[in-house]
Design a protein around this ligand. Structure first.
Ligand SMILES: [Zn+2]
Length: 210
C-alpha cells in the first residue's frame, strides 16, 4: 500500500513535471528578450514613484485648498466686471479695496463725498459704473453719503446677516458686485429708503464732465 502510494505520488509528481517544464519553457521564452527579464525587478520602482507622486499630489491639493477658499470668496462677488482678489488688491487703494471687496465700513464723517452738494453722478470706485444721481442725495445726519434711490438697475440688494442680531440689506454695485453699503427703510420721501453708502466705494463726477 505504501509502495503504491509512493508510486502514485511519484506518478503525480511525474505528471506534474511536464507542467513545470512548460513553465520553465515559458519563462525561458519570456526571458529570451533580456529586457523582459529585468522588468519584474523594476516593477516596484514605478509603484514607489506613484506613491511618492500621490503624496506630492495630496500635499499640493492641501496647499491648493487655501487658494480655492480665496477664489471662492472672490467668486462670491463675481460680477460682469470680474477680477481675482489679487487683481483687485493691485487695482484699488487700500481704503476702497477694504470697503468694496472686504465689505468693511468707513468711519462716519470721514468721506469728502458726505458733504458733496454739486450736481453730478456718484459712480462705483471699483468699475466706474454710475450708481446714484446727485438729485437723490440728501443729508441723513449719519455721517455717510445717503440717497433715497439708486439709478435704475445700478445696484443689487442682498440679505446680510454678518451681524446676527441686526439683519440688514447689503447694497452692491450691479456690475462688479463691490460692497457699497446698506439700505434701510427710514429714508425720506418719495421712496422712504435710505441708501447708506461708503464714500470710499464711490467717486463723484460733476455734471458736464465726460
Ligand atoms: Zn462696480
Amino acid at each position: 500500500m505504501q509502495l503504491a502510494a509512493v508510486r502514485a505520488s511519484a506518478g503525480l509528481a511525474a505528471g506534474a513535471r511536464p507542467a513545470r517544464r512548460s513553465c520553465t519553457t515559458r519563462c525561458a521564452a519570456a526571458g529570451s528578450g533580456g529586457a523582459s527579464q529585468q522588468q519584474p525587478q523594476q516593477q516596484p520602482s514605478p509603484i514607489a514613484r506613484r506613491v511618492v507622486l500621490g503624496g506630492a499630489l495630496l500635499a499640493s491639493a492641501a496647499a491648493g485648498a487655501g487658494l480655492a477658499r480665496a477664489e471662492e470668496a472672490a467668486d462670491e462677488r463675481r460680477g460682469e466686471v470680474f477680477h481675482t482678489d489679487e487683481e483687485w488688491r493691485e487695482l484699488l487703494p487700500p481704503g476702497p479695496y477694504n470697503v468694496l471687496r472686504q465689505a468693511s465700513t468707513e468711519r462716519p464723517f470721514s468721506s469728502p463725498l458726505y458733504g458733496e452738494k454739486r450736481r453730478g453722478t456718484f459712480v462705483c470706485a471699483g468699475c466706474g459704473s454710475p450708481l446714484f444721481a446727485s438729485a437723490a442725495k440728501y443729508d441723513s445726519g449719519t455721517g455717510w453719503p445717503s440717497f433715497f434711490e439708486p439709478l435704475p438697475g445700478a445696484v443689487d440688494e442682498t440679505f446680510d446677516k454678518s451681524i446676527f442680531f441686526m439683519p440688514r440689506t447689503e447694497v452692491r454695485c450691479a456690475k462688479c458686485k463691490g460692497h457699497l453699503g446698506h439700505v434701510f427703510d427710514d429714508g425720506p420721501a418719495p421712496t422712504g429708503q435710505r441708501y447708506c453708502m461708503n464714500g470710499l466705494a464711490m467717486a463723484f463726477q460733476p455734471a458736464g464732465d465726460a
